[in-house]
Design a binder for this molecule. Structure first.
Ligand SMILES: [Zn+2]
Length: 66
């Protein structure tokens, strides 16, 4: 599912998963599209920046992540 803003993505995601730690991030496929989901463990650990993580994932997926 793609949202039109980071805020909308997080709100929708939080409604479904109220107790999860969520991260809004730009869709790697749809311009101006947004998703929300869990922060990748590697990002949480500080090994990879959010930007690099999602940029790399965007190369390997053809569809949205969330
Ligand atoms: Zn997407």
């Amino acid at each position: 599912m793609t949202f039109t803003s980071r805020k909308a993505a997080k709100i929708a995601c939080r409604r479904r998963f109220p107790n999860e730690k969520l991260n809004g991030y730009p869709c790697p496929v749809v311009e101006n599209g947004w998703h929300a989901g869990h922060l990748a463990p590697a990002v949480r650990a500080g090994a990879v920046s959010r930007g690099d993580w999602y940029k790399d994932r965007g190369k390997t997926t053809t569809k949205g992540i969330a």
